[in-house]
Design a protein around this ligand. Structure first.
Ligand code: ATP
Ligand code: MG
Length: 140
C-alpha cells in the first residue's frame, strides 16, 4: 500500500475543549503520523476560500463563522492510504452517525461543530496542504 498525505484541521469546538492532544492521540493510534502542525486563527478570507465548494449550501455562512470563531490546528498527516484512513478515523460528518472510537463520536457536538476536517481526495489534499504549508515546513 502506498504512503500518502492528507490535510487535517482540528476545529474551534475541539481547541476550545482543550482536545488537541486527545485528538492527536486518536490520529497516531490510527496509524497516521503528524508531519506538520500549526495553530492559527483562520481569517474570513481563508475560511471562505477553504470551503469554496460549499459556497451555495445553506449552511455556508454558519460554517465560515464557526471556522473563524476560535483557534484551529492545521496539520499534514502521512501514512498508508492517508485520505480514506483519516476519514475513517474521523467518523461520519454527523457525530450521531459516527462509529464508536472515532474523533467525531468521541468529541463532536453537532454536524456543524464536528471537531475535525479531513480531505476527501488525494487531489484536494494536495490543494489544501498548499493553502497552509510550504514544503519546507513539512518534515516526513
Ligand atoms: P469536512 O469537509 O469538514 O472534513 P465532511 O467532508 O465530513 O467534513 P462536508 O460535506 O464536506 O463534510 O461538509 C463540510 C463541513 O460543513 C462539515 O464538516 C460541517 O462542519 C459543515 N456541515 C455539513 N453539513 C452541514 C449541515 N447540514 N449543517 C451545518 N453544517 C454542516
Ligand atoms: Mg468535506
Amino acid at each position: 500500500m502506498a504512503v500518502s498525505r492528507t490535510f487535517s484541521i482540528i476545529k474551534p469546538d475541539a481547541t476550545a475543549g482543550n482536545l488537541t492532544g486527545a485528538i492527536n492521540k486518536v490520529i497516531e493510534d490510527g496509524g497516521l503520523r503528524i508531519i506538520a502542525q500549526r495553530r492559527i486563527r483562520m481569517t474570513q478570507v481563508q475560511a471562505e476560500r477553504f470551503y469554496a465548494m460549499h459556497a451555495e449550501r445553506p449552511f455556508f455562512g454558519e460554517l465560515v463563522e464557526f471556522m473563524t470563531s476560535g483557534p484551529v490546528v492545521v496539520q499534514v498527516l502521512q501514512g498508508e492510504n492517508a485520505v480514506p484512513r483519516y476519514r475513517k478515523i474521523m467518523g461520519a460528518t454527523n457525530p450521531a452517525e459516527a462509529d464508536e472510537g472515532t474523533i467525531r463520536k468521541l468529541f463532536a457536538k453537532s454536524i456543524g461543530e464536528n471537531s475535525a476536517h479531513g480531505s476527501d481526495s488525494d487531489e484536494n489534499a494536495a490543494i489544501e496542504i498548499a493553502q497552509f504549508f510550504s514544503e519546507g515546513d513539512i518534515v516526513g
